[in-house]
Design a protein around this ligand. Structure first.
Ligand SMILES: Cc1cc2nc3c(=O)[nH]c(=O)nc-3n(C[C@H](O)[C@H](O)[C@H](O)COP(=O)(O)OP(=O)(O)OC[C@H]3O[C@@H](n4cnc5c(N)ncnc54)[C@H](O)[C@@H]3O)c2cc1C
Length: 574
């Protein structure tokens, strides 16, 4: 049964700027000489999602949760004996070695603002407001300013066999940067955020890995350059993290995902300490296989990216429309037909009735929508006339599938506000249940299978008695459920629902993660989804490049035991 929120709407209003990354960036600025030691508060909405999960130990140890309840179960799950056999090295230096490593880091970077063991800094780098994984803190955080700095850090990590974890925007959702229990160096690249060169005539630019896609696009707009970078994951995400998670976002239906077409080259510090640049700046190259691609989705396990050339797309006029449907199945069926019309769709996003309720309560646009399963569209075209034509075609197909209340934004401001409602889905969804935490799922199937997958999953969630909003990049067959839980029992039921959803997606020839990546949370599915041969090939590459398994251990590569299947719920036929 849905529990209505008790919090006042005013307290819960959120915007894309109020994300935890701001704290990290603030800390970087502070460590670079800022005057005040008080970090900005976590977003009020997010504070309650993480408070119970944050752990307090500061050095050399995986931290136990401060809270009782769901966090305890999560801690038990992540430290269960099954998580011990990856087939990769797990022998690291001793605590005394790591103390020496920290001393050497301080000697190498004598400036006060580069090496930190401050308790709050460690906490920020080992927890997340955005996910359901328990906190686990690094031993030390280092803030490099250059590729050379990163090389020095890697050499110290090798000398003392101390694991190393790259970190930048901190918006990843599957525990990607949680510290291993051995102790570790967190390398925070968010201060390496400069755009180094803009090549307007070539539609590309060169930047450091901590540059955020939002800032890059704002900079291009401010300079009057009619180009933009179309990959759009969480608003605080950085180019280095986006490559490393193999991200995408709402624009993927038009522009694709984090593939090497968008990343023309990367400069990487390898676990050996060697620096490589994968390609030059030409738009295409057949000079050997695509080594840039090796680092896409590698989750910081193969190297630390320190410079990137990204390709840019022309900025074209856009408009936003919303249409409501009798159910998600009808909505997704409409999408399948709309996508075959060849009109200018930049984004098509599915949201369900509960999402519309949360948006009515906490959205940016202040508009009140029917609480129905709906599609948000972003149209794109070279002229106003082309946008109108796209809107006409989309409206026609939508109405064929029972769509109603088709609303086209009447101004740029209205379009931006409507889109902000969709982009704030995580935060408005979390506001539905007071004191809840959210488990954000991410599966993807061939588009034609999406109606069945979404319909069955929604039925399953309803049968489980949990509260969940559904949003999805349906044009790509990718959708997310944000499952809300407060108690241990709700958490256990959430786990089962998520397992069934993933198994269902894989059975439909899909994937356990369309865009969020593997991290800690999806490792157990890789043998099932990819097969033993492919997983072993991944491990062979990992062992070759990082034989000591120093780079982000415990993520991505599954343990051999992680092969169990979870039963798919038997659901009513339809
Ligand atoms: C509100 C919200 C909405 C979101 N929407 C989407 C979405 O639509 N699509 C989507 O794909 N994702 C989405 N995400 C998830 C997240 O934004 C992406 O996973 C993003 O790509 C992570 O980037 P980051 O800079 O935050 O990386 P981080 O979280 O800092 O790190 C992610 C991983 O990359 C590694 N890494 C970071 N920097 C480097 C580097 N320089 N070199 C090597 N490894 C590195 C880290 O070790 C870690 O394994 C969303 C998240 C939030 C909070």
């Amino acid at each position: 049964m849905l529990r209505l929120p008790k919090l006042a709407a005013g307290r819960l209003s959120v915007g894309v700027h109020r994300i935890p990354t701001n704290r990290t960036r603030w800390l970087c600025r502070h460590l670079s000489g800022g005057p005040t030691p008080t970090p900005p508060a976590r977003s009020p909405i997010l504070a309650f999602t993480v408070g119970a999960l944050v752990s307090g130990s500061v050095a050399f140890a995986i931290t136990s949760s401060r809270s009782s309840g769901p966090a305890d179960e999560l801690t038990r799950l992540s430290s269960s004996p099954a998580n011990t056999d990856s087939g990769l090295n797990e022998q690291y230096g001793s605590m005394a070695d790591f103390q020496k490593a920290i001393g050497e880091l301080r000697a190498t970077f004598p400036r006060e603002d580069v090496v930190s063991t401050d308790a709050e800094v460690l906490e920020i780098h080992g927890t997340s407001d955005n996910d359901y994984h328990p906190g686990s803190l690094p031993s030390v955080v280092v803030f490099p300013h250059s590729t050379e700095d990163v090389v020095k850090i890697v050499q110290i990590s090798r000398k003392y066999r101390m694991p190393i974890i790259p970190y930048s925007g901190a918006t990843s959702l599957e525990g990607h940067y949680r510290a291993p229990s051995s102790g570790s160096i967190c390398v925070d690249l968010s201060g390496m955020d400069k755009v180094l060169e803009v090549h307007e005539a070539d539609s590309d630019l060169v930047c450091q890995p901590g540059a955020r896609w939002v800032d890059i696009n704002a900079m291009l707009k401010a300079k009057g350059i009619p180009l933009f970078f179309p990959l759009d994951p969480g608003p605080g995400a950085t180019i280095g993290g986006m490559i490393s998670t193999g991200c995408s976002g709402t624009n993927a239906v038009r522009y694709g995902t984090a593939k090497a077409e968008w990343f023309l080259n990367v400069t990487v510090v390898l676990p050996s300490g060697e620096v490589i640049k994968t390609r030059r700046r030409s738009r295409k190259s057949s000079a050997g296989f695509d080594t840039t691609k090796l680092f896409i989705g590698a989750e910081g396990t193969l190297g630390i990216i320190t410079e990137v050339t990204i390709r840019l797309a022309p900025l074209l006029p856009t408009n936003v429309a919303v249409c409501h449907f009798p159910d998600v199945k009808k909505a997704t069926e409409a999408v399948v037909e709309i996508m075959s019309q060849g009109v200018g769709i930049q984004c098509v996003e599915l949201v369900d009735d509960l999402f519309m309720r949360s948006t009515n309560m906490y959205g940016m646009s202040l508009r009140k929508w029917p609480e129905k399963d709906s599609l948000f569209f972003k149209f794109q075209g070279p002229s106003e006339a082309s946008l109108k034509e796209t809107a006409r075609v989309v409206r026609g197909v939508s109405e064929k599938y029972g769509g109603f209340g088709f609303t086209l934004a009447g101004s740029e401001k209205e379009a931006n506000d409507l889109w902000a409602d969709r982009k704030n889905a995580l935060y408005s969804g979390l506001a539905l249940v007071e004191g809840c935490k959210g488990w954000s799922t991410d599966v993807c199937v061939p588009v034609s299978r999406l109606p069945d997958l979404v319909y069955e999953t929604k039925q399953d969630i309803a049968a489980s008695g949990l509260v969940s909003t559904i949003v999805g990049h349906v044009g790509d067959g990718n959708f997310h459920a944000l499952i809300l839980f407060v108690t241990d029992d709700e958490l256990a039921r959430s786990r089962e629902v998520v397992h069934r959803m993933v198994e269902r997606a894989i059975a439909m020839d899909g994937t356990c993660t369309g865009e969020h990546g593997v991290g800690i949370g999806k490792r157990e599915y890789l043998y099932n989804e990819l097969g033993a041969g492919t997983v072993e090939l991944m491990k062979t590459i990992k062992r070759t490049i990082d034989p000591l398994n120093l780079f982000n251990p415990g993520k991505l590569y599954p343990n051999k035991q992680d092969t169990h299947a979870h039963p798919v719920a038997s659901l009513p036929s339809h």
